[in-house]
Design a protein around this ligand. Structure first.
Ligand code: OAD
Length: 257
């Protein structure tokens, strides 16, 4: 017997012409990646992410910030996408095959959506897989020796420090991606929101924009959030469990797990 809310979500997605998926750290939680606001562990426990992921933190101690990101980036290499990532990739493939529109915006800086096979992925907060010069903005392919370095490398062109290509607190989000997200939020028939606390703008605003424009908003989160409260369908549970169940109820096969 399929849960009526799962059925309702499956029907909404099956009949949608345009689908927008918005994900947050919760979609990677079941891969063992701590969510953004979970307490930091180990030697990083005494640091606040908001302090490290900021221009002020970088200016104060670029080496500390660099080592934190290398630890986070290294941690990502030991874990794999989970069934929630694979189900979202299967959903995209099925929707695109029908000639319908699908786009996935993520607040996450990991690349698990891509590893799981998602194609139309837009990173609102950057991507820990890419690095650039803090001076001339030139992109920089990370070298193995950079990984264990105490200090960030210097740009071969201008000598400024190389930084992760992620959005820090107080920094502008990539304007093109944000513009695309506003437009897509106003256009979509269904917005599937997965694993975000809805605390950081502008991403937290997108579900409200979609809802006001007449879309059906589906929220997947074990804990209620401001988004679950405005969603027409709130699936209370883990993304690695709920998203595969919705996709299965749509009759879509999911590979990988
Ligand atoms: P948060 O850490 O704020 O929220 C994670 C959400 O995932 C919470 O609502 C959890 O309840 C939920 N969650 C936990 N486990 C889950 C699971 N297995 N399945 C589904 N949901 C689960 O992370 P975000 O909302 O992504 O921005 O935070 C957004 C942004 O805040 C981050 O991208 C970061 C931070 O400021 C920047 O770094 C610019």
């Amino acid at each position: 017997m399929v849960d009526p809310l799962i059925e309702q979500a499956a029907r909404a997605l099956s009949s949608a012409q345009t689908i927008l998926v918005l994900t947050g750290a919760g979609v990677s939680a079941e891969s063992g990646v701590p969510t953004f606001r979970e307490a930091q562990t180990g030697l990083w426990a005494r640091y606040q992410p908001e302090k490290l992921a900021s221009p002020e933190g970088w200016a104060a101690d670029p080496g500390l910030v660099w080592r934190w990101y290398m630890a986070r980036f290294g941690g990502l290499e030991t874990v794999r996408p989970n069934p929630g990532h694979y189900a979202l990739a299967a959903l995209e493939a099925a929707i695109s095959e029908d000639g319908r529109e699908f786009v996935l915006f993520t607040q996450n800086v990991d690349h698990f959506h891509e590893v799981a096979g998602s194609r139309r992925v837009r990173h609102l907060h950057g991507n820990l897989a890419s690095y650039r010069c803090s001076g001339c903005d030139r992109s920089y392919p990370l070298r193995p020796e950079d990984r264990g370095a105490e200090q960030p490398p210097s740009c071969p062109s201008c000598g400024c420090l190389i930084r992760p290509d992620v959005v820090w607190f107080g920094e502008m989000l990539p304007p093109g991606v944000v513009e695309e997200a506003w437009t897509a939020s106003r256009r979509c028939d269904v917005m599937l929101v997965v694993g975000t606390s809805g605390q950081v703008y502008p991403a937290a605003q997108f579900p409200h924009v979609a809802r006001d424009a007449g879309a059906t908003v589906i929220d997947v989160n074990p804990d209620p959030t401001p988004i679950s409260r405005i969603a027409q369908i709130y699936l209370q549970g883990a993304s690695g469990v709920m998203v595969p169940r919705v996709v299965a109820a749509m009759g879509i096969e999911t590979e990988g797990s």
